[in-house]
Design a protein around this ligand. Structure first.
Ligand code: CP
Length: 382
């Protein structure tokens, strides 16, 4: 039998030995396979028909908002990764798949969340997270408000919880919160009626970043079990490291953390990771090397090596990457400090670096998060 994959393993055309006409098989995640005749003996015609059917199905059925949809993730908030089980993580990743395709369309607009109000509440700087939530919300038809917190009444002495109560009175559907205080999103989720998403709370957690990292890895490797992942740099102050350790370990990856002693907390061992203080040993047999920025804004009372010295020991360049597996990939949640934790040329090398792919996956994951949480809130209420 001749078989040709058109959209990874989701869309195939095939021809049996005794048949002249190409057949189509479409298998979307968590759906029954659809088999159809292309009606053509000519390969190019059959491909065109198959791709047309694929687009039609993704454009119609898949984007219909199903208020009765039952997800494996049943909560209305997403505030931490550590309590997510494998099925819940897979639920976010599976629901993101359709948005990867959706985001490649010319017209990227759905009315899935039409009339819903989503608030971006960022008390710390952000480019990727804030923008990708805004893109995600708008592509799903929701109204997104970026609250300018630098000019808010917090400057006049209003407490954070009073600000949240005020916004809660405007009947929001989702609050997306980034704040330097650990655990603040969880606290807010207990006082408001809206869904709350933690977009980074101090050095604690950044669950949607870890989900988008997992989706990026899934698209590259098609599996998690058996993968060895190195997370390198300032582990102590990194919410990205903590959320990734939780999510990637639950999915079956083994994790090495690498960095200077002063930037690796002792209690990180409790999370089941292997600790290394040099890149040569830590990168051995790794499939992915995830680099982290030194979080200068959170560092107090620790002697910091100068940037040149740091790059020499812990900065990733082609030479150090060669300690990992032959075709290992590089990731970085951003923002990057080129020449400090990562060599500039390597960061831009699309044959090795998944950094831009991570940003692309970020929009898909955040669309899935908004869909799931709002759907759950409609279904289960507060
Ligand atoms: N990765 C990440 O959280 O980036 P931003 O700080 O730009 O949102």
């Amino acid at each position: 039998m001749k078989k040709i994959n058109l959209k990874n393993d989701q869309l195939q055309i095939y021809k049996r030995e005794n048949s002249k006409v190409w057949q189509i098989k479409l298998k979307l995640p968590r759906q029954k396979a659809i088999r159809k005749s292309s009606g053509s003996k000519i390969l190019e015609e059959a491909k065109k028909t198959a791709l047309g059917i694929y687009d039609e199905i993704l454009n119609t059925k898949k984007y219909a908002f199903d208020i009765n949809k039952s997800y494996n993730y049943k909560k209305i908030h997403l505030v931490e990764s550590k309590k997510l089980n494998k099925k819940e993580i897979e639920c976010f990743l599976d629901e993101s798949e359709k948005y990867i395709h959706f985001n490649k369309k010319t017209i990227k607009k759905s009315n899935l969340l039409e009339g819903r109000s989503i608030f971006n509440l960022f008390f710390e700087d952000s480019t990727r997270t804030r923008t990708s939530f805004e893109v995600a919300a708008k592509r799903l038809g929701a109204d997104l408000m970026n609250v300018a917190l630098k000019d808010s009444s917090i400057n006049k002495g209003e407490t954070l919880l009073d600000t949240m109560t005020t916004i809660n009175s405007m009947s929001p559907d989702v609050l997306i919160v980034r704040h330097p205080e650990e655990g603040i999103s969880k606290k807010i989720s207990k006082t408001v009626k809206a869904c709350v998403i933690n977009a980074g709370d101090g050095s604690h957690e950044h669950p949607t970043q870890a989900l988008l990292d997992a989706l990026t890895i899934k698209k590259k490797f098609r599996k998690f079990k058996g993968l060895k992942i190195a997370i390198c740099g300032d582990i102590k102050h990194s919410r990205v490291a903590r959320s990734n350790i939780e999510i990637l370990s639950t999915l079956g990856c083994s994790i090495n953390v690498i960095g200077p002693k002063s930037l690796i907390p002792k209690d990180i061992q409790k999370l089941g990771v292997n600790i290394f203080y040099n890149m040569k040993n830590g990168l051995k047999k790794c499939d992915i090397v995830m680099m982290l920025r030194i979080q200068k804004e959170r560092i107090v009372g620790i002697h910091m090596p100068n940037e040149k010295e740091y790059f020499k020991k812990f900065g990733l360049d082609y030479k150090k990457l060669a300690y990992a597996k032959k075709n290992a990939f590089v990731m970085h949640p951003g923002p990057m400090n080129r020449g400090v934790e990562i060599d500039s040329k390597l960061a831009d090398d699309i044959t090795r670096s998944l950094i831009q792919e991570q940003v692309t996956m970020g929009v898909a994951v955040r669309m899935a998060c908004l869909e799931i949480l709002i759907n759950n809130r409609d279904k289960y209420g507060k």
